[in-house]
Design a binder for this molecule. Structure first.
Ligand code: DMJ
Length: 621
């Protein structure tokens, strides 16, 4: 029509022939389509995208009812209405790309099931009847021991007091300079929010709740609890790491609930619900990033999912199901396990990257350190947390261990046992600091492997822990580097400048703690004390604790960051190392990967949620 010849206007009115006009228009329309299409590939944070693609096209996750919920009584009709409103908006949370990849039938299913979480949890059904008292009566021993785990000998007691003083110092400075922020910057004396938790704040507070309680720092615990009660806003916008929110916030709140009876159950369930849209992928393998806010694009971020991230949800999600009465959380993680069980594994190994769209491995990099680590940890801990009934997890863990031993475990020329990384069949003779948790993991798994393997696993655990201690003792600061190598003449030392830093990580101390509990060999307490002295000497600054940039430099340079896991893990494991074994006994508790203790679900006590409702513990809400 546009090209029809108009009266008085020649075909070459603009100096163009009809065919040229046609080509020009074709080009122009192509360009417009391309530009508009490109909007879909912009990161979610780009303002242009938000302007052009209105919220109505990609309805938001508006589970903004948490605060409302927390003020209402379960069973109250208004409470139920608000809860259901939240559930329905979860249903609409799948972003445009998700909708393209999902068939309508499949997309319907999880949404309908999401609704069950909220209704089961808040409708006065099974979940509301969860009994804290019944849970407590199922523990084999008192959580804090007969005497708060106080060790009988004065030297150990003094060491434990020192660790408690370090916690007080770290906490006081966080409180003074960074209250409500995620972490403290101890040199500049201010707070740090970062981008791992979306808009969530107070990571150091949530991560510290149980440590403060275990150490008997009750005044500080009360402050932390009050902040969670009044200021922890679960409705904040921003892209968060599913893994980090789960291990720190969900894990931290679960521990606070189970240890103290603090009533955070509904907040936990609400937070759990906010994580569910991440699972709306063709395979059910969650994306790594989730928007907790009210304008979510669903899961627009592209890329593959990481084994250590989607494989580190099981413990917390099982407890979310226990507390909510909804099987949905368990179903989500069991689906992940089902896929991992089915998929072919190169040499029995689990590569670190998997496509949530195709369900295939993306590349063949295998590591028991970063990207892989806590997946293996959660297999054995799922088995232990199930009171040794989860035989599938048991089988998967020991088969994975067998493959790791066959393909990755090495002995250096100097006789140090280490776990190398594997890149498509080629070994990288490097071990990350993160991989040092594996001494403890292999230790706690020693009892339940194939017949006759117990001593073998205990020996392997001890050897790996020894190697990790060597990585500390071979540095000038007596703290270990981020990664150390066993090639080109190196033996447990970092050869690259970029691997020399230490960010207050816990993994080596974590293994000392487990090995102490398993063997009572005094060397583990000595090694722990060496770490305390090194932390005091090199990481303690005027206003908190800081990571350092080079463990081999005798004059240290600080990175100005007091990580929240220092409060949650490093100091907690040190405190437990210098305590009696009856403080959080391993028969009753497993630690999540952020060191938050979660109770074993004893088989005789699997809650049917039929017990009398227990509203006695309402400390937080
Ligand atoms: C913690 O956040 C967790 O232990 C996680 O599994 C990986 N490592 C950091 C501390 O190093």
């Amino acid at each position: 029509m546009v090209l029809r010849k108009l009266p008085g206007v020649s075909a070459s009115g603009m100096g163009l022939r009809l065919s040229q006009k046609f080509v020009f228009l074709l080009f122009l329309s192509g360009l417009v389509t391309l530009c508009f299409g490109a909007l879909f590939f912009l990161p979610d944070t780009v303002r242009l995208k938000r302007i052009f693609l209105s919220k109505n096209e990609n309805p938001a996750v508006t589970v903004g009812h948490d605060n409302e919920l927390s003020k209402k009584v379960p069973g109250d009709p208004e409470h139920q209405r608000v809860a259901l409103k939240g559930a329905r908006t979860v249903e609409r949370s799948v972003g445009s790309r998700a909708q393209e990849e999902w068939s309508p039938a499949r997309a319907q299913e999880p949404a309908a099931r999401d609704e069950r979480v909220t209704s089961a949890a808040h409708n006065g059904e099974r979940g509301s009847a969860y009994s804290y008292e019944a849970f407590k009566s199922c523990l084999l021993k008192p959580a804090l021991g007969r005497n708060q785990g106080t060790p009988p000998d004065s030297e150990t007691l003094q060491r434990r007091e020192k660790v408690k003083e370090m916690m007080t110092f770290a906490w006081d400075n966080y409180k003074r300079y960074a209250w409500g922020n995620n972490e403290l910057r101890p040199l500049t004396r201010n707070g740090h929010l970062g981008n791992m938790f979306g808009g969530l704040r107070g990571a150091s507070i949530v991560d510290s709740l149980d440590t403060l309680y275990i150490m008997g720092l009750m005044e500080e615990y009360e402050e932390a609890k009050e902040w969670v009660q009044n200021n922890l806003d679960l409705n904040s916008n921003g892209e968060a790491s599913l893994f980090e929110v789960n291990i720190r916030y969900v894990g931290g709140l679960l521990s606070a609930y189970y240890l103290t009876g603090a009533e955070v159950r509904f907040r936990l369930i609400c937070l759990g619900e906010k994580l569910l849209p991440a699972f709306n992928t063709p395979t059910g393998i969650p994306r790594g990033v989730i928007n907790l806010g009210s304008w979510s694009w669903g899961w627009a971020s592209a890329g593959s999912s990481i084994l250590a991230e989607f494989g580190t949800l099981h413990l917390e999600f099982l407890h979310l199901s226990q507390l909510s009465g909804s099987p949905l959380f368990t179903e989500k993680v069991m689906n992940i396990r089902k896929l991992l069980n089915k998929i072919e594994k190169p040499h029995g190994l689990y590569p670190n990257f998997l496509s949530p769209v195709s369900g295939n491995w993306v590349q063949h990099h295998v590591s028991i350190g970063g990207l892989g680590d806590s997946f293996y940890e959660y297999l054995i801990k799922s088995y232990l947390m199930s009171d040794k009934t989860d035989q599938e997890a048991q089988k998967m863990y020991y088969s994975a261990m067998e493959a790791i031993e066959t393909n990755l475990v090495q002995k250096s020329p100097g006789g140090l046992t280490y776990v190398a990384e594997w890149r498509g069949g080629i070994l990288d003779h490097k071990m990350g600091h993160l991989a040092c948790f594996s001494g403890g993991m292999i230790g706690i798994g020693a009892d339940d492997g194939p017949a006759g393997q117990r001593q073998h696993y205990l020996d392997l655990a001890a050897e790996i822990t020894h190697t990790c201690h060597e990585s500390y003792s071979r540095s000038a600061t007596k703290l270990g580097p981020e990664a150390f190598r066993f090639d080109a003449g190196a033996e447990a030392t970092a050869t690259r400048l970029s691997d020399r830093y230490y960010i207050l990580r816990p993994e080596v101390i974590e293994s000392y703690m487990y090995m102490w509990r398993l063997t009572h060999d005094p060397k583990y307490r000595e090694w722990g004390w060496e770490a305390v002295e090194a932390l005091e000497k090199h990481c303690r600054v005027d206003a908190g604790f800081s990571g350092i940039r080079d463990v081999y430099a005798s004059t240290v340079s600080h990175d100005n960051m007091q990580q929240s896991f220092f409060l949650s893990e490093t100091l907690k494991y040190l405190y437990l190392l210098f305590s009696d074994d009856d403080l959080l006994p391993l028969e009753d508790w497993v630690f999540n990967t952020e060191a938050h203790p979660l109770p074993v679900i004893h088989k005789r006590c699997l809650q049917e949620h039929s017990a009398t409702q227990d509203h006695g513990q309402t400390n937080l809400e």
